[in-house]
Ligand binder design. Structure first.
Ligand SMILES: [Zn+2]
Length: 281
């Protein structure tokens, strides 16, 4: 049974000519029906595909603790910690939001946690009653990123206008990343104007993602990052299957085609941008 599931992993793509970083993955999350991720194996498979650095995102308390422990064992990983916007209403309802944020701040003190994220707004999964709490928690994560000097990674689902408004009101951290960028061309231009980084995921390879590719096309190389958001958002032609960092080359090659740049040129830029945002691994 488990052999069949392992055999279900998509085949490895051709390795990238210049190694890049996966800017956002969740090695602790298992999708229904798939076995838990063997982290060492995932790191090796990624490395063999030319994805030699990973940013592991822990976005609830259990996952953030797990992430920080893993950093001491895995030199290929940097970490991010936060309360995901879908987590914050529950903490607030239990009267524990302050307590949970204090623990995130303690975990963020680890020198190889270089990201506060993913934080932001999710109006798709959380109803109107959660909006106030999400916005308040987003502001507090922005403040933490600025106080700790770490990069901010933003989750934005159906909330583009409020994300941009709150970042403007609070003042964005020096290094701000729109994770799994999902805006249109106008939003991409505004993010570039403000100096934010746009991290593209497997969604940019989807057939119906013309608006997203138009947004990518106007983003300068020096503002681009790539990510998997594994185990989600598996790039074409494996959409719907389990995603993993070794599949980044499929997204990079699709990005290079949209941008009309050579793959090694794009890889050089992606690699340099990752180190600029998070510092060296
Ligand atoms: Zn994520």
């Amino acid at each position: 049974m488990s052999d069949r599931r392992l055999a279900d992993l998509p085949p490895p793509p051709d390795p990238l000519p210049v190694p890049v970083a996966d800017n956002h993955c969740h090695l602790d999350i298992t999708r229904e029906g798939s076995p838990p991720v063997d982290v060492g194996r995932a790191v090796r498979q990624a490395g063999a595909a030319g994805v030699d650095r990973l940013v592991q995102i822990g976005c609830d308390l259990v996952s953030a603790r797990w992430t920080v422990e893993l950093l001491d064992e895995q030199p290929a990983l940097l970490g991010g910690v936060a309360l995901h916007p879908n987590e914050t209403p529950g903490h607030a309802a239990a009267g524990e939001l302050d307590h949970a944020l204090a623990e995130i701040e303690r975990l963020a003190a680890h020198p190889r946690v270089r990201v506060i994220g993913e934080t932001g707004l999710d109006y798709y999964r959380t109803g109107p009653d959660g909006v106030q709490t999400q916005q308040e928690a987003f502001r507090r994560h922005i403040d933490l990123a600025k106080r700790s000097g770490k990069a901010l990674q933003i989750h934005d689902r159906d909330a583009h206008a409020d994300i941009l408004r709150i970042l403007a009101e609070e003042g964005a951290p020096e290094r701000t990343v729109l994770h799994c960028f999902s805006g249109d061309l106008a939003m991409a231009r505004e993010c570039v104007r403000r100096g934010y980084f746009l991290s593209f995921a497997g969604t940019v390879t989807f057939k119906n993602a013309r608006d997203l590719r138009n947004a990518l096309a106007v983003t300068p190389l020096e503002r681009l990052l790539v990510e998997t958001d594994a185990p989600y958002l598996t790039p074409a032609p494996h959409r719907g299957r389990v995603n993993a960092p070794y599949l980044v080359p499929l997204t990079v090659r699709a990005m290079a085609a949209t941008l009309n740049v050579a793959v090694p040129t794009l890889c050089e830029a992606l690699s340099a941008n990752s180190e600029m945002v998070y510092g060296p691994w």
